[in-house]
Write a new protein. Structure first.
Length: 134
């Protein structure tokens, strides 16, 4: 993928991905590297589908909130599992499709949440991006 060659988005932006985040506990053992690579591919596919392709990369600092919306029967995780699971691959995928210039602290400040009030049949991931501080 070539970063930053696509449509221009308006901010603040909210994206709902039909993909559930996985806990950091899912990324242990012999197959962890393969699982991470597959997770990134899955996020890139989901993002390009929802966004309609690649997007024009903003060259501004961004505040990004990643939210795990729990589906029925799912339990809350501790904070370490949120920041250390699929969130890493999701940040890499966001860079790949052009949502942010780089996923380093120089370009984005990330925070992680979980929502359990809605309880859809199947959980999903919500990404909120803004240029101003929270």
């Amino acid at each position: 993928l070539q970063q930053g060659r696509g449509k221009i988005l308006k901010y603040p932006l909210e994206i709902k991905l039909p993909v559930e985040l996985r806990s950091k506990n899912d990324f242990t053992g012999n197959g962890a590297r393969w699982i991470r690579a597959e997770a990134k591919k899955q996020f890139i596919l989901a993002l390009t589908t929802v966004l309609g392709g690649l997007v024009d990369t903003p060259h501004e600092f961004q505040y990004v909130t990643f939210t795990r919306v729990l589906g029925k029967g799912k339990k809350l995780w501790d904070d370490g599992n949120m920041a250390g699971g699929d969130s890493i691959q999701l940040q890499d995928a966001g860079k790949s499709v052009g949502l942010w210039y780089d996923d380093s602290p120089k370009w984005i400040k990330a925070r992680y949440h979980q929502e359990w009030n809605e309880r859809p049949e199947v959980g999903y991931t919500k990404i909120q991006i803004q240029m101003e501080s929270w």
